[in-house]
Design a protein around this ligand. Structure first.
Ligand code: PBG
Length: 326
């Protein structure tokens, strides 16, 4: 009874009820985290040209936006602050009254139960657009660590629930953990962008975060796309340093990496469905070349099937509407 004609795999695909019964992977609203971009100013709600439906918000408009996000059932947001004044050392990243810190306080005040995850990196805050301190044209690892740790502590002081270092400096997770603990934030988890590749899929984000490097690129610290064994070493390293949750980024072109990380480690795993992945779908949908709802749900399902627990995605609000009953 193990082969055709006794065996017919189509039997379990005949009706939607049967298909639903044997479905192996599920996307739930509770798995999705929505990225938010915050800028200086008042009453600013400005669409990002290359990311239709995604906006820059000023702090005063955040309460309305996060109430809507929470009402959709989304568990949290990943916050990116874009300061007006940038300098060589990214001071705005760790200023107590910085744009990100004010945004965190505003969100936590309006919807306390919404998880606020913050991006810890200097690229949005430096005049040169690099992720750390530049010494002789190179992003200096060890000098950058102290500033990343200060940034994470100041975000925690403002009320961030989790901090997510995306800079890819060596040793940042340990540096951040030690500073958080020293300052009384031993309960704030670190979500480490552990396997973050130097990817062309970040292009629209660079417009959104105004973080394009003024010279060179990020290949001296972000990972080389052909490597997967190295991704496991990055994850292993970050876990050894104290990461509570790890991330693979981007998602779609790296589903194999997500699967390998899932099979090798037991930590909660996030995948970042990045800006370029979003933009490709939006552009094709606007041209009427594909069915956006079906494509998005298929993509999110694929990321779950690959092994991710949590998906950070610009599709989160729309997906939440599509996934909710009725
Ligand atoms: C760095 C950061 C980047 C993204 C998230 N955090 C950009 C980069 O590394 O250049 C990309 C996210 C996306 O493309 O959606 N702060």
């Amino acid at each position: 009874m193990s082969s055709f004609p006794e065996l017919r795999l189509r039997r379990l695909r005949r009706t939607e009820a049967l298909r639903a019964l044997v479905r192996e992977s599920h996307v739930e609203v509770g798995d999705l985290v929505y990225p938010l971009f915050v800028v200086e100013g008042n009453k600013v709600k400005e669409e990002i040209t290359s990311m239709p439906g995604i906006f820059h918000y000023s702090v005063d408009l955040l309460p309305k936006e996060v109430e809507e996000i929470a009402k959709l059932g989304l568990p949290g947001v990943l916050l990116f602050g874009i300061p007006e004044d940038k300098d060589e050392v990214g001071s705005a990243a760790y200023a107590p009254e910085g744009i990100t810190q004010r945004a965190i306080r505003t969100i936590k005040k309006s919807v306390p139960e919404l998880i606020v995850m913050t991006d810890v990196c200097l690229c949005e805050y430096t005049s040169h657009g690099h992720c750390g301190i530049i010494v002789d044209g190179y992003v200096d690892n060890d000098k950058t660590l102290e500033l990343l740790a200060r940034t994470a502590v100041s975000q925690a002081e403002a009320g961030a629930d989790m901090v997510a270092p995306s800079d890819m400096m060596d040793g940042r997770v340990r540096a951040i953990r030690q500073s958080l603990d020293k300052n009384g934030f031993e309960l704030i988890p670190i979500v480490s962008y552990a396997a973050k590749y130097a990817s062309a899929f970040y292009e629209p984000f660079r417009e959104a975060a105004q973080s394009t490097p003024q010279f060179g690129d990020r290949r001296s610290h972000q990972m080389d796309p052909p490597n997967w064994r190295e991704a496991l070493r990055e994850v292993e390293q970050d876990i050894a340093e104290g990461a509570d949750m790890v991330m693979v980024k981007p998602a779609l072109a790296y589903l194999d990496v997500i699967r390998k990380v899932r099979d090798s480690f037991h930590h909660p795993l996030a995948a970042y469905n990045v800006s370029g992945e979003f933009t490709m779908v939006k552009a094709a949908a606007q041209l009427g070349w594909l069915d956006e709802k079906r494509i998005v749900l298929e993509i999110l399902t694929a990321i779950k099937r690959a092994g991710a627990d949590i998906i950070i995605t610009y599709h989160a609000k729309e997906a939440a509407r599509w996934l909710s009953p009725t």
